[in-house]
Design a protein around this ligand. Structure first.
Ligand code: PBG
Length: 327
């Protein structure tokens, strides 16, 4: 049978590794990867996180070593999460100047602070016994404005510990303005704010709960966004920009690439995506079963997140991906 011979042949640009390399639109670089790290108070050995094979809760000592390893790999930043020994209703350890996160910030800044950007999670869920990202009102709901007071205090103790960038992740209304104002009032004009701008009430955060030893009563649907909605992400973006966000984030990443694209299309500041715990665990689980090619999948997910518009990506694979990129 005679078929019409194509005149246009897109395959020409896919024929060899050299031409594919030449025309690749999206490139990954270790400098735009950010590694989340967990540090736990009162342990003498790192504790593996069952739901996140390969990720551990660090001691202060192993955290320092992990930070050095990340810096040597060329990773651009670290996001630190603290796990205190004691949790209470208001998350007191989050504002203790000698709390685990503040100690870890000092350690890591001293060790690698001149080589990469040190960031810290600014949220109460690691510190509260009820597991919510804020303090509770008498009726058990999360009290937005009372929480803002706690965030302002947290921002200052983290900045005093020397962190370069704080990451308010609690999705309270007005949190960026309050954090910016508190930092400025305390003389930390140069401490940047990475706003968790569009953060969804997501099942993909599941493994993170084990990672930070948080047992959540109820859910976060009254403050994190509904996965059904896109418009409110743009509203949150407008607010965070007006309130002084230096960078904005979309989280999770892979199930929200459309949100990432919409935010990236209009954001005048860098757009960060967080490839969260559940995204990590899914790939690790499938790879452990031999169902997918682990390394290819890792690089494909990161490439897709960058292609959708992220400038920087938080990923638990940051060090390994950086090594793969250097080939
Ligand atoms: C809040 C916070 C969470 C994550 C990062 N910051 C948990 C949540 O909002 O429920 C999740 C990160 C991940 O799942 O990898 N402190």
């Amino acid at each position: 049978m005679d078929v019409q011979v194509p005149v246009v042949r897109p395959r020409r640009l896919r024929t060899t590794p050299a031409v594919r390399r030449l025309v690749a639109e999206t490139r990954l670089h270790p400098a735009e990867l950010i590694l989340p790290l967990f540090v736990r108070e009162g342990i003498t050995q790192p504790v593996p996180i069952g739901a996140m094979p390969g990720v551990v809760q660090h001691t202060r000592d192993t955290l320092r070593k992990a930070a050095v390893q990340a810096a040597e790999a060329g990773v651009g930043g670290l996001m630190l999460f603290g796990i205190p020994e004691v949790q209470d209703a208001i998350g007191s350890e989050g504002t203790n100047p000698d709390g685990i996160l503040q100690q870890a910030i000092r350690d890591v800044v001293a060790e690698v602070g001149d080589q990469l950007v040190v960031m810290s999670d600014l949220c109460l869920d690691e510190y509260t016994d009820h597991g919510h990202c804020g303090v509770l009102a008498a009726d058990g709901t999360v009290d937005n404005d009372a929480t803002l007071v706690r965030y302002a205090e947290m921002a200052v103790v983290q900045a005093e510990a020397g962190v370069h960038m704080v990451g308010p992740s609690g999705m309270m209304d007005g949190q960026i303005a309050v954090v910016r104002d508190a930092l400025d009032a305390a003389g930390f004009q140069d401490t940047a704010v990475l706003a968790y701008t569009a953060k969804y009430a997501s099942a993909f955060f599941g493994p993170f709960r084990e990672a930070v030893g948080s047992s959540l009563r109820g859910d976060r649907k009254s403050y994190q966004q509904d996965p059904a909605n896109a418009r409110e992400a743009l509203r949150e973006l407008e607010l965070d920009l007006a309130e002084g966000a230096d960078l904005v984030m979309v989280k999770p990443a892979m199930a929200y690439l459309d949100i990432l694209r919409q935010v990236a299309d209009v954001s005048p500041v860098p757009v960060v995506a967080y490839q969260v715990s559940g995204e990590y665990s899914m790939v690790e689980a499938a790879a452990a079963n031999g169902w997918i090619d682990r390394e290819r999948t890792i690089m494909e997910t990161l490439t897709s997140i960058r292609r959708a518009g992220a400038n920087q990506v938080l990923t638990y694979w940051a060090v390994e991906a950086a090594a793969m990129l250097r080939g």
